[in-house]
Design a protein around this ligand. Structure first.
Ligand SMILES: [Zn+2]
Length: 519
């Protein structure tokens, strides 16, 4: 009878037996996340339940013998609800399931037994705050909504060509200057914003309360025009640039041949590590074009001195060096995978990959798995939430699977990605994220083909309604052929700009500059 998202492993309901009726006298075991249920019940069922340290009608029980770390069991019988897990995370997920049961039953739940644990350990949501700044309150709302889906990772993209968002005390210009772009794709108004270190701590704490780990991203060596605009010495030819205003892959990246670049990267990481206690950092590694490195004396010297093949190899060396630095402090790292055209012989296998390009083939995956690399599936065709519904409809997401190979254990997890260049505010973000995130969450948590999301989508939308989510209506989430066609053309307008012409002439300028560059 219940239509739950994500689908639990096992559920048994006997409608003829009353399991539990929620009243104003209901109590729930006191944990720091109990108010998640209390607030929901008040809003949806208009009942005032309380948290208590004594015997409760909704008991949350930690049991060290429970087999699965994030799993839980839930039983409604004799007018009691017992949720049992090995960890607080499991209890929190039990509450998320209970919320949907209360909503669908109006607070009168028949006898039910549930046993549940996740398919993948890593269930992520990536938020790009580099293109558009989202306030702390916006982010808190996103955290509440993804927690509802049993997502356990917020991958927080904090540095970009178009804006530097995290306060770094040693380099104050990064936020004074690097956090503002003079205009955007949409208008001539400037856009900016950044998070103070205190605000970052507030977000991390809020995530932890919702059983979500936070992985900050400091993207290197590409996507650093905002940093170079503040500190030109970070680039190959000490170029004087402005914070990028438009979308597109920029050619000026961090110089991989100068010690001063590594000094900067390590200093920034030192402050980041202080703020993010979950011990994982995403170090980017994507879309690092090598035009500058090819003609930079520092980069060429680094290639020779370290017996590297070429510029691609230099990038692998760069990423590994940054990973080693983090490892020396007890942190592990992630990078965007399969931007490694030159091979991965010089890339530490300790760096996990978020795979985003769909062409990452079976052979590549097999090779990296043999090396011991952890792989996360963020292939854009399925997991990029900024793609219009005309490109990736809700049905497309439902029909895709999160596993990268035939065996689930080869895939560390899945991650939904919200790039924001064309998503400037919460209204658009919610429209693009939901209802697709429901199908992705099911992909991340539930066994393959264990239920049909589309059969449950109406109940799922009622859950979203309870949270006042501005999701895409089903006719737009699964668009008609004509709508699909036009939304695709509208989205592709982003390639119609002067970027390529600009790059052509700018490359010529830098070539000239390099001839007179004497360092
Ligand atoms: Zn260089």
């Amino acid at each position: 009878m219940f239509k739950l998202i994500p689908q639990p492993i096992k559920i048994f309901t006997d409608k003829s037996v009353t399991g539990f009726v929620l009243t104003d006298n209901t109590t729930v075991s006191a944990f720091d996340f109990s108010d998640d249920l209390i607030v929901f019940v008040k809003k949806v069922l208009h009942k005032e339940i309380k948290a208590s340290n004594g015997d409760c009608l909704i008991s949350l029980i930690i049991d060290d013998n429970f087999k699965y770390d994030e799993g839980y069991s839930l039983k409604c019988e004799n007018n009691k609800v017992n949720i049992v897990s090995k960890t607080e995370n499991g209890l929190f997920y039990g509450i998320q399931t209970l919320k949907q049961m209360l909503l669908q039953s109006g607070g009168n739940i028949p006898y039910t037994e549930i046993f549940d644990f996740p398919r993948f350990a890593y269930r992520g949501y990536m938020l790009d705050c580099g293109r558009y700044f989202y306030s702390v309150n916006d982010i808190k709302r996103i955290i509440e909504l993804i927690a509802l889906h049993k997502i356990n990772i917020l991958h927080w993209h904090l540095t970009e060509d178009q804006g530097w968002r995290i306060e770094i005390k040693k380099y104050p210009l990064l936020t004074e200057k690097g956090s503002v772009r003079s205009h955007t794709n949409f208008n001539r108004k400037s856009h900016g914003g950044f998070y103070t270190q205190e605000e970052i701590k507030e977000v991390v704490e809020y995530c932890h309360k919702h059983k979500i780990k936070v992985i900050p991203e400091f993207d290197v060596p590409g996507h650093n025009v905002a940093a170079i605009a503040c500190y030109p010495y970070l680039s190959c030819f000490e170029r004087s640039l402005e914070v990028a205003t438009h979308w597109g892959v920029k050619r000026d990246i961090l110089c991989a041949g100068k010690e001063s670049t590594y000094g900067f990267v390590y200093d920034v990481l030192d402050e980041i590590m202080e703020l993010f206690p979950d011990k994982i950092i995403h170090i980017g590694g994507d879309e690092a074009f090598k035009e500058r490195w090819k003609i930079c004396p520092h980069c060429q010297k680094a290639i020779k001195e370290n017996n590297l093949h070429d510029e691609n190899d230099l990038q692998m060396f760069f990423m590994s060096k940054v990973n080693d630095y983090l490892a020396s402090k007890g942190y592990s790292s992630l990078m965007w995978g399969n931007d490694t055209e030159g091979g991965t012989d010089n890339l530490s296998s300790k760096i996990a990959w978020t795979i985003y390009k769909p062409h990452c083939n079976d052979e590549m995956i097999k090779k990296e798995l043999e090396r011991g690399r952890k792989l996360i599936n963020s292939k854009n065709k399925t997991f990029y939430l900024d793609f219009p519904y005309g490109w990736t409809s809700l049905s497309d997401v439902c029909n895709s699977d999160g596993a990268l190979t035939e065996k689930d254990e080869d895939t560390y997890g899945v991650e939904a990605c919200m790039w924001t260049e064309y998503v400037p505010d919460m209204k658009k973000l919610e429209f693009m994220t939901f209802p697709r995130l429901g199908a992705i969450a099911e992909n991340a948590w539930s066994p393959k083909n264990s239920s049909n999301f589309m059969d449950k989508v109406k109940d799922y939308c009622k859950l979203l309604d309870a949270y006042e989510v501005r999701y895409a209506p089903l006719n737009k989430a699964n668009p008609s052929f004509i709508y699909k066609h036009f939304s695709s053309i509208w989205f592709k307008r982003r390639v119609f700009h002067w970027e390529r012409i600009h790059i052509h002439f700018d490359n010529k300028k830098v070539k000239k500059l390099s001839k007179n560059y004497d360092k």
